[in-house]
Design a protein around this ligand. Structure first.
Ligand code: FAD
Ligand code: UDP
Length: 371
């Protein structure tokens, strides 16, 4: 008999397992249909001994001190600030677009933020109501830079034109008039010193937590005795696709190891104009590992395969809301995480969501009379 069954051993499931076991002394069973814990953040040494991320590059960054402090109980950190170059018009230039990008691309010598802002202002197209992923870029950098940096990449990544995607997607990537070439500007930017999987192992290492991998919820739901459920898989799957399938975008990862020490100058190189893949990531930049070989991942977007990205569009959000209404009538089931709440969340946002869910459960438990 378990107090909780938790479906999914990613951030959402593992944070809640840890909280419930340590703070409520609850007996928790965590299952995952994959053969490992850590969800999409899973990392492992490959056959050459290079630490890679099996489901594409995961870079930790957050402005939330409470999320960073919480995870710090399970890992030490390696300070790391992510840098990305894009191959545009045959040159490698910084992404997000910054003053260096503009100077290199157009042979300019813009020297101040004001000059860069004035340059962009001459190109920006006013948009009355910023609604789509096209609007949000075109209104800041104009159509030419939008085409060079965003249109092709987004069509590859999402299988639709940016004009058909919510503005929140491309709004993730800012435009800068300074020369800051970091991908993120968050207060905390670091990688788990010994990798994500080790951090998850420590999170789940508690006598009250039982972990079973390679186990699908549908195969055990009637065989396990549990009081309450936390579900971190796709919510439409949980409800047997009653209102149709929520669209998720997938990726195929091609992992390659080369017999040389380094392949590219920064961790990630984006290909917004050419190639079928969107980006190449070289892991040793992220992990700081010393190794005579180097391992890379090419990301090929795809409609088929594991669900990785909820697709932010109004019509999808409408379908999700129908599932959310069903969930309201299931008070003993908690839907948490990127797939179960159909939100394009980063890792820190999922940790924050899981901690907030625990707080709600905690308050409810205190209000209920003891069983
Ligand atoms: P998941 O990690 O997906 O975990 C859910 C788990 O549930 C899975 O392991 C799945 O196997 C299991 N499951 C589902 N259904 C069932 C079932 N029926 N039975 C049993 N098990 C089930 N975030 C960042 O902050 N920085 C990044 O750089 C970054 N890069 C990313 C790159 C890629 C390519 C992708 C896809 C995501 C990236 N993310 C990044 C986002 C990050 O992966 C997520 O925010 C986070 O992993 C979500 O955690 P989760 O627990 O919600 O979901
Ligand atoms: N994007 C783009 N060109 C780039 C980088 C990003 O068009 O060079 C767009 C694209 O739509 C992408 C989104 O911005 O999906 C968000 O980028 P991010 O790097 O945050 O994507 P993730 O790491 O989540 O895949």
């Amino acid at each position: 008999m378990y107090d909780w069954l938790i479906v999914g051993a990613g951030f959402a499931g593992s944070v809640l397992a840890e909280r419930l076991a340590t703070q409520h002394d609850a007996r928790v069973l965590v299952i995952d249909r994959r053969p490992h814990i850590a969800g999409n953040a899973y990392d492992c040494p490959n056959e050459a001994g290079v630490l890679i991320h099996q489901y594409g590059p995961h870079i930790f960054h957050t402005n939330s001190e409470s999320v960073f402090d919480y995870l710090s109980a399970f890992t030490e950190w390696r300070p790391y600030e992510h840098r990305v170059l894009g191959v545009v018009d045959g040159r490698e230039v910084p992404i997000p677009i910054n003053r260096t990008t503009l100077n290199e691309l157009y042979g300019l010598s813009l020297a101040t933020e004001e000059e860069a802002a004035a340059f962009l202002a001459t190109r920006a197209e006013p948009v009355a109501r910023i609604r789509t992923s096209e609007d949000v870029v075109v209104s800041v950098v104009g159509r030419e830079l939008y085409e060079k940096f965003f249109r092709g990449y987004t069509r590859k990544q999402w299988g639709v034109d940016p004009s058909e995607l919510d503005k929140s997607v491309t709004a993730r990537v800012p435009t800068r008039t300074n020369t800051d070439d970091r991908y993120f500007t968050d207060k905390f930017q670091a990688m788990p010193l010994h990798g994500y999987t080790k951090m998850f192992e420590r999170m789940l290492d508690h006598p009250n937590i039982v972990v079973r991998t390679g186990v699908d919820f549908v195969d055990i739901r009637d065989q396990v005795d549990f009081r309450q459920l936390i579900f971190t898989g796709p919510i439409d799957e949980y409800y047997d696709y009653r209102f149709g399938r929520l669209p998720y975008r997938s990726l195929r990862f091609e992992h390659v190891t080369l017999d040389k020490e380094w392949h590219q100058g920064v961790a990630t190189v984006n290909y917004p104009q050419t190639e079928v893949y969107t980006r190449i990531t070289e892991y040793k930049h992220l992990t700081g590992q010393s190794h005579p070989k180097t391992s890379l991942t090419y990301e090929y977007p795809s409609a088929e395969g594991d669900p990785y990205y909820p697709i932010p569009r109004d019509e999808n959000q409408e379908m999700f809301r129908k599932y959310q209404m069903l969930a309201k009538d299931d008070p003993d089931v908690h839907f948490v995480g990127r797939l179960a709440t159909y939100r394009y969340y980063n890792m820190d946002q999922v940790v924050g969501q899981a901690l907030a869910t625990f707080k709600r459960i905690d308050e409810m438990t205190r209000m209920r009379p003891a069983m």
